[in-house]
Design a protein around this ligand. Structure first.
Ligand SMILES: *Cc1c(COP(=O)(O)O)cnc(C)c1O
Length: 354
């Protein structure tokens, strides 16, 4: 790997006011792919900066692009860790297959990411709730106006020091159940972390925002009866003591935080069901006082309690708009493992070599 260091380093932002995804570090990793030239080329760490792209570049026209999101942490002694990085690159390869893009070597990607983060270690915030957000992505970069899989790609990783995803931290969010627009459908690209899914979700999100909601809860495309997920979070409901979450049936993104939550819950004796979850079932549980709590899971916010749910013309309050017991406990468990305050019995924490 070739490393070219920046001549001048940026001024670091105030680490107590990071927000999410606003600041980027001094360097980035780039690896180019050219089918006519042996596939993946040697990767490079270069100063953070613009791409020079041909206006006919495939991704700009047909959206052949995928991404990932994970986090790195630094403790008081300067030890750096990441959370389940191989799972992210493996998922990236599954997304790549769905979009006819080339796969990457997972072990090599993890090692090179480690090198990039070591160069940027001063950018890793250490206060509780903060971390270094890692955004790997891959875009099609062949200059050709025609719909076919690109023969050239750019794989890149950028880094952003982040605070909590929501301005109010772990405060309950308001979600609106969208019953007209669709995010993903069976046979489509819902289970791939691909660019178009997010563009498709924007109108619903804007509609919800205008009604005073923060997130959209998407339903299945065909019947609009079953709960799928929130734009960038998987959903969990605690109904009468049982934790239920929509099963991965092809149109839902298989979240790594979702998987972590299920495993932590099961290990601690909770009953977890992965199955179809009807929106009517949730509303009935709400009306009968059996919906104990609801929360979303995702890398950015980890656990996000849901306090208000709007569906058609009704507004429902969940758990008195308070953070639920299981939501808070899970947040503490998962972030505890991530920051090594709780023992990692799952082998999820990736330790950096010295
Ligand atoms: C990334 C993402 C999630 C959460 O996945 P994690 O691996 O837990 O971060 C959930 N839904 C969608 C649509 C996503 O893009």
């Amino acid at each position: 790997m070739k490393v070219t260091l920046a001549k001048e380093l940026k001024q670091k932002p105030d680490f107590t006011k990071l927000g999410f995804g606003k600041y980027f570090t001094d360097h980035m990793l780039i690896m180019r792919y050219d089918a006519a030239n042996g596939g993946w080329q040697e990767s490079e760490i270069v100063p953070y900066g613009s791409f020079n792209m041909d206006p006919a570049s495939c991704v700009l026209h047909y959206g052949q692009g995928i991404f990932e999101g994970l986090k790195a942490y630094k403790d008081g002694n300067g030890n750096i860790t990441m959370f389940r990085p191989r799972d992210n690159f493996n998922r990236m390869n599954r997304s790549a297959k769905r979009l006819c893009m080339p796969e990457i070597d997972v072990e090599r990607a993890v090692k090179e990411l480690e090198e990039l983060i070591k160069i940027e270690k001063e950018w890793i915030p250490t206060a509780p709730g903060t971390s270094l957000y890692i955004r790997p992505f891959m875009i099609a970069d062949e200059a050709f106006l025609g719909v076919h899989p690109s023969k050239k790609y750019i794989f890149a990783i950028i880094l952003s020091p982040v605070g909590s995803y929501y301005a109010n931290g772990l405060a309950p969010v308001k979600i609106y159940v969208e019953d007209t627009l669709t995010r993903a459908s069976l046979g489509g690209t819902g289970e791939a972390k691909c660019l178009g899914n997010y563009a498709a979700s924007l109108l619903g999100a804007e509609k919800a925002k205008q009604m005073g909601y923060e997130q959209v809860l998407w339903l299945d495309a065909e019947t609009k009866k079953y709960i799928e997920e929130v734009g960038a979070m998987n959903m969990f409901f605690v109904i009468d003591g049982t934790v239920v979450t929509p099963m991965l049936d092809g149109s839902i993104l298989p979240g790594i935080t979702r998987d972590s939550a299920i495993k932590v819950l099961k290990k601690n004796g909770y009953k977890v069901e992965e199955r179809h979850v009807g929106v009517d079932e949730v509303i009935d549980a709400l009306k009968n006082g059996k919906l104990d709590e609801a929360f979303g899971t995702g890398t950015a916010a980890v656990i996000s309690p849901v306090g208000t749910m709007g569906y058609k013309d009704e507004v429902y309050t969940i758990n008195d708009n308070k953070i639920g017991k299981i939501s808070l406990w899970l947040y503490e468990q998962i972030t505890g493992i991530q920051t090594q305050k709780i023992e990692d019995s799952f082998g999820w924490v990736y330790h950096f070599s010295k």
